[in-house]
Design a protein around this ligand. Structure first.
Ligand code: PLP
Ligand code: COI
Length: 340
């Protein structure tokens, strides 16, 4: 397969139009059979439910070229399941999980020339999404929906790659206790746009959101979960009903225990104890594992001992093991790697 002539190593996290995308329409109570199309534009009515009431959700996963030249995806079944749960919460017809995985395979195969080469540092990011498309003016769910997947080659989510980030504690809340923080609804990201613009203006890479009810517990950032490492080398990740159940985080907890022999616990993390951790990182499909060097809470700095130059040693081991599995350098747990 001849690859496209791109500066793969120079890619940031942006949209590049690729050759094919998948589309399936839901009408009269059923999904059609779905097709691949060249057309990247969507035409819809001015009163489409997605435009008026933000009835939309999405997923994110990646395709990789392995060391031995195979094209693979990482745990697409978990994205299919999460989108299913998200759709139910938003009163949308869920896209069948087996068809989701089949559509992912079709899109990767049709855009194989866009899957970045092994060792380039880039990957093919897949963006499945689902939205209400027919006109709705009273507040209610749509009757007609579109499910799509496009692909775009991407580099690191945060500029500077593996350099530790500086975050700030946000004055805004990301999700209410009984709200939509645990699903991948577009509306969660819409509300984070103002806080992220403010954070960037102030020189921070991301926001640390605290729990909305008490503002004493760590939740997540706008686009990734947290992992911490204690001074006695335990991996800790916040447990909360209002954060997204990150597939990367769930995978890392397994990797920590089963590949690295570390203790790993998912539990409530109070903001008070953050200053006592040895390492901190953000994890997600886009973020992979991005190290955090400093968190600023209204002028008070929390500086992690791992510093501002390099990933902490345990974060690095987690990173190397996870990416080793994704890139085919290490044997994966059963079912984690799906060959295209
Ligand atoms: N949290 C939020 C708010 C996200 O947008 C994402 C990205 O998908 C994550 C966490 C990480 O989830 P995953 O590892 O499944 O990509
Ligand atoms: C992902 O990691 O796939 C996400 O959806 C996060 C987003 C901030 C790009």
């Amino acid at each position: 397969m001849e690859k496209k002539d791109l500066d793969w190593s120079g890619l940031g996290f942006g949209y590049v139009k690729t050759d094919k995308r998948y589309v399936s329409n839901f009408k009269n109570g059923a999904w059609d059979e779905g097709v691949l199309t060249d057309d990247a534009d969507i035409v819809m009515n001015e009163c489409a439910c997605v435009l008026q009431y933000a009835q939309t959700c999405f997923e994110g996963l990646k395709a990789y070229t392995t060391e031995d030249g195979r094209t693979v995806c990482f745990r697409p079944d978990l994205n299919a399941a999460r989108m299913y749960d998200t759709a139910l919460r938003l009163e949308m017809p869920p896209f069948p999980k087996d068809r989701f995985i089949d559509a992912v395979k079709q899109v990767v195969k049709a855009n194989e020339a866009w899957v970045p080469p092994y060792g380039s540092g880039a990957t093919l990011y897949l963006r499945p999404y689902l939205f209400g498309i027919n006109p709705v003016i009273g507040v209610k769910p749509a009757d007609e929906y579109q499910f799509r997947i496009f692909a775009t080659p991407v580099g690191p989510y945060f500029k500077g790659g593996a350099k530790p980030l500086t975050l700030c504690v946000s004055d805004f809340d990301r999700a209410a206790p009984h709200g939509t923080g645990h699903i991948k609804a577009g509306l969660n990201y819409a509300m984070s746009l103002h806080p992220i613009v403010e954070a960037h203006k102030a020189g921070f890479a991301e926001n640390m959101y605290l729990d909305a009810a008490t503002r004493t517990k760590v939740e997540e950032t706008g686009g990734a979960n947290f992992i911490f490492v204690t001074k006695d080398n335990k991996v800790v990740t916040p447990k909360s009903n209002s954060i997204l159940p990150s597939i990367t985080r769930r995978s890392l907890m397994y990797v920590a225990k089963e590949y690295l022999g570390l203790e790993a616990e998912e539990r409530e993390v109070s903001f008070e104890e953050v200053k006592d951790f040895a390492e901190c990182g953000l994890c997600g499909t886009a973020a992979v594992i991005s190290p955090v060097g400093k968190i600023v809470d209204h002028g008070t700095e929390i500086c992690f001992p791992s510093g501002m130059e390099e990933m902490g040693p345990t974060t690095k081991k987690l990173y190397d093991t996870l990416t080793g599995i994704q890139m085919g350098r290490l044997d994966p747990p059963e079912g984690w790697i799906v060959e295209i």
